[in-house]
Design a protein around this ligand. Sequence first.
Ligand SMILES: Cc1ncc(C[n+]2csc(CCOP(=O)(O)OP(=O)(O)O)c2C)c(N)n1
Ligand SMILES: [Mg+2]
Length: 656
Amino acid sequence: MPRAATLRLTAAQAVVTYLSRQYSVADGERRRLVPATLGIFGHGNVAGLGQALDQLSETMPFVQGRNEQALVHAAVGFAKHSRRRATLAVTASIGPGAMNMVTGAALATVNRLPVLLLPGDTYATRHQGPVLQQLQHPIDADLTVNDAFRPVSRFFDRITRPEQLLTALPAAMRTLVDPVETGAVVLSLPQDVQSHAYDFPADFFAQRDWVIRRPAPDPDEIDAVAALLAGAKKPIIIAGGGVIYSDATDELETLAAAIGAPVAETFGGKGAVQTAAWWQIGGIGLEGTPATNTLANEADVVLTVGSRLTDFATGSHSIFANPDVRFASINVNVHDADRLGAVGVIGDAKRSLAALCRAITERDVHPEPSWRSRVEELADAWAIERSDALNPDQAFDKSAVAPDSDVVTTTDAVLTQGQVIGVLQEHARAGDVVVAAAGGPPGDLQKVWDATGGRTCHLEFGFSCMGFEIPAAMGIRMAHPDPSARVTAFLGDGTFLMAPTELVTAAQERLPITVVIPENHGYQVIHRLQMFRNGREFGNEFRYRTEPLELADATEVDEAARLSGDYLSVDLVQIAAGLGARAIRAGTADELREALDDSRGHPGTVVIVVPVIPHADLPPAGVWWDVAPAEVSEVTTVPALRAEYEQDRRTQRWFG
Ligand SMILES: Cc1ncc(C[n+]2csc(CCOP(=O)(O)OP(=O)(O)O)c2C)c(N)n1
Ligand SMILES: [Mg+2]
């Protein structure tokens, strides 16, 4: 028998060649599963993976970045906008470069978004040791810093021999495309092994298609949920990210109309509903709308589709107050399907919703008119409140924002963050994307952004990671098929200061994105929480220290050590300009309108800094959150807040 053809490649060349031949297939659409690699080289990957990427750059383009964590975020943005049908690979050197990716891996895994991480790792041969950046664990000799990826990844393999790739790479691809298992996939590549050669079977590098599965629901499970819905007088549907990934909007809308159930969206499910119908009621939970939350309070049957139901959606299990409430769910993942003791359907959202629609039609279910009136009454009241809060042309009365301490809280800002969102909403067209992740922006967008009609809003609120927004916007831009659509990152000043550096990469790659920063001088969303739970400001606003700290021989630190001076003077416009963006300060609604209009067609990155009035928040969602004040404290504000918390905690329920 003739010997099968082989290709002699290094392990790194084999990884890159293999990746360039992998395709995902979903609903008849075939596309490269991993069309590019992002990264930063160091001694841990430059001679191995770096050499392979150089040699194969025509089939696997390489994007040079500034911070490895940010590059993982970019890959996540790419995957999210591609509805998990494609992602990017990220490579980093061993030691610190690899470790910088751990946060990004956790974000991807928590949000169930595929990313392929290729960190360099400590030498497998060990002739050299200890090598630069080696951990040297005293009693666990095969442990390296890269083992920190294990708990935050869905697949991890350390490739200590090139031939291990023959099983590791297919397993990695399988995880990337699996709707249940997907998340961070890590192939840890010891520095020396990347350069070792092996005679790989040539067939290993044939093109391969990976079909993204749509598991069919069990008809008995569909019947059980249909029976529950048929008996409902006040049904509500909660749509999560699974609806979007499964492309199940049409089926969701058909079911909502058929049973007369308002559809609430989680952060991940923002935009799951695309039609502005009566049953489209917006966000649920802590940053939801008061209308949605009242409906959730009253609902007798709650059907969740494609959501994990985190505490933000359920108000820490306080939001479903109807004593007889029953839960149903559709989820591809069994661990999510039985949350709150739900009657579950395990299956793909699109197929399951379609099956449920058929089962409902057979049962001749009719919407309850009184429930529809209730939905409309609450939605109308919220619509007025929302439009007042967003109206950019109605001057905001600053005295309404009572100072919460004796330090100066006034700035020259004239707009609220809500009004800034009002202008962004006016400007948004079908195809545009806005992305947010941490601080006030994701919650505010969740509450008021209208994502119907193709005005996509990606909210990363599984991990809510500061620093996600700019690189994610880059990844979204790279994944977006329409060059005329504008991708906007909306992020706080604290988040911008934490991680502005990928602006350089955006400029380098000529990525037209817009970054809008409502400048409110602090970690204000945490300040707000602190006021609710601690009763006074400490360490959240950006203020100068009035006296220098003396720590060298400190015996006690007094009040003067608190941050109680004026707001910091930091020029965000100059920072952005220095990093290569077109940077603009827009103080009024008209200046912001002009800046957005001027930048819509700008071929590069634009940063617009908008001063906003600190502590001028959107109307509250009316939902409790389990964040406990100290049980004992000498701080005078705390005991009353603790008592209030204990009272409110009684609304928390166990549902099974
Ligand atoms: C990496 C990271 N560190 C800390 C936090 C906790 N955190 C959540 S929001 C926030 C404040 C963000 O400040 P800013 O971006 O200015 O937004 P604002 O709260 O002022 O709207 C912090 C510190 C986080 N989510 N992510
Ligand atoms: Mg801020």
